[in-house]
Design a protein around this ligand. Structure first.
Ligand SMILES: *Cc1c(COP(=O)(O)O)cnc(C)c1O
Length: 401
């Protein structure tokens, strides 16, 4: 038995089978590379669903965690912790800015969305408004409220009864959303680019139209930026492409540079809705997580990584688009910045498996969509190398026609 097989056996015996796992045991990471227990090197173009969005073990993040771990690992939220305040100010500086806003900290994307749902309901409570409109093809996480917000039957089946008050509309279809608005609508919640749903980019018309109708009807606009946030799309937050501001934004994934942290950010008008006793998280905003996140912001700012995401993203997009010439099953390439998808007319999982064998990690979502999201620190030479592997993998595909 290889070491990998031994570890897989322990998983088979003792770990709940909630994931379809690649048969690789990752033990070490550095920048765009990850290494398995057998010593094999991978180019990681899907680092933990974008959790390690500034690369594995960014030196600033490593240093911040090490230093803070020696001082204090946890501070309970009935005390003040300097780093939580600093991080909140940093997030507001990059989002709501001078208009002001406030942050609630938690530990994951689903929790951030739960918090957003609770805030929206509580804000609507005096007016009898509680319904939340979400989009078909969305993904908001795996808690009960989050799978209910996630308008995809496959995530909900068998877990009912689900919480009430969620209404589904079609993404990028303003008429569809308008038809679902009632006098009970508290919020409209969406990802500006649907990630798990296949890198579906919100159109300018749609996002601007939502902002307008939300203003007119006093509905809260919630952007789930768990995947799109922190520079990934070529702006610090994806909504900044559209010239609109949400009322609430949720963050996680890259926010901690690899360390678990989630955040729910709300504009000034509603930022004081949740008063003491209404919502909480024991671990939320702990000093280790905040230190890691502050170091992540520093790395993004000092490394000019948002601007790099624009340029590297364009290069990646162009390289991926060239695949269309050689492979008839490559249907369309789309995305913003370093959040790119290659939609195929065939199943993508064989290509993903072949890429992994050849040392490139990418993802397949919605069966036919290859998701490519390298760290913001990726170089053009890494992209060239990855494309070489993808081409090799695609060459081996037999297309049944
Ligand atoms: C990953 C993801 C979530 C869920 O985050 P968890 O940390 O797994 O709870 C929510 N929304 C979006 C858009 C995501 O990509």
């Amino acid at each position: 038995m290889t070491q990998t097989e031994e570890i897989m056996k322990v998983y088979y015996d003792c770990v709940m089978p909630t994931y379809a796992r690649v048969p690789v045991v990752l033990v070490r990471g550095k920048g765009v590379n990850a290494y398995d227990i057998e010593g094999k090197e991978f180019l990681d173009f899907f680092p933990g669903w974008a959790v390690s969005g500034i690369g594995h073990c960014h030196p600033k993040v490593v240093r911040a965690i090490k230093e803070q771990a020696g001082k204090m690992i946890h501070v309970s939220n009935n005390f003040y912790n300097e780093l939580q305040g600093k991080l909140a100010a940093k997030i507001i500086q990059h989002s709501f800015g001078v208009a002001g806003g406030k942050v609630f900290f938690c530990n994951s994307g689903a929790e951030a969305n739960e918090a957003a749902i609770k805030l929206a309901r509580r804000a609507g409570y005096p007016f009898g408004k509680y319904e939340i409109i979400t989009m078909e093809g969305s993904f908001h996480g795996r808690t009960l409220a989050a799978i209910t917000a996630t308008a995809q039957p496959k995530y909900q089946e068998g877990f009912g009864p689900l919480p009430g008050g969620f209404v589904y509309a079609k993404f990028n279809d303003l008429e569809s959303v308008l038809s679902k608005i009632t006098d009970k609508t508290a919020a409209i919640m969406l990802e500006p680019i649907q990630g798990e749903g296949g890198i579906n980019v919100g159109s300018d018309e749609f996002i601007k139209g939502l902002r307008k109708v939300c203003d007119e009807k006093k509905i809260l606009l919630i952007f789930d930026e768990v995947q799109t946030g922190m520079g990934r799309t070529g702006k610090m937050f994806c909504y900044q492409h559209y010239g609109v501001t949400p009322d609430i934004m949720t963050l996680a994934k890259t926010l901690g540079g690899g360390f678990p942290i989630g955040a729910m950010v709300a504009g000034k008008e509603i930022a004081d809705t949740l008063q003491p006793g209404m919502h909480a998280s024991t671990f939320g905003g702990g000093p280790l997580a905040c230190a890691a996140s502050l170091a992540t912001f520093e790395a993004i700012e000092e490394g000019d990584l948002v601007e790099k995401a624009v340029r590297r993203g364009r290069y990646l997009h162009n390289r991926l688009s060239l695949l269309k010439k050689d492979f008839p099953f490559v249907h369309v390439v789309r995305g913003k910045g370093l959040m790119q998808a290659v939609e195929l007319t065939i199943e993508g999982r064989h290509i993903v498996d072949k890429c992994a064998e050849m040392g490139l990690l990418i993802n397949c979502t919605q069966a036919k969509i290859l998701r490519v999201m390298p760290p913001l620190t990726v170089k053009n030479s890494d992209i060239d190398k990855a494309l070489g592997i993808i081409e090799q993998a695609m060459k081996g595909i037999e297309v049944e026609s």
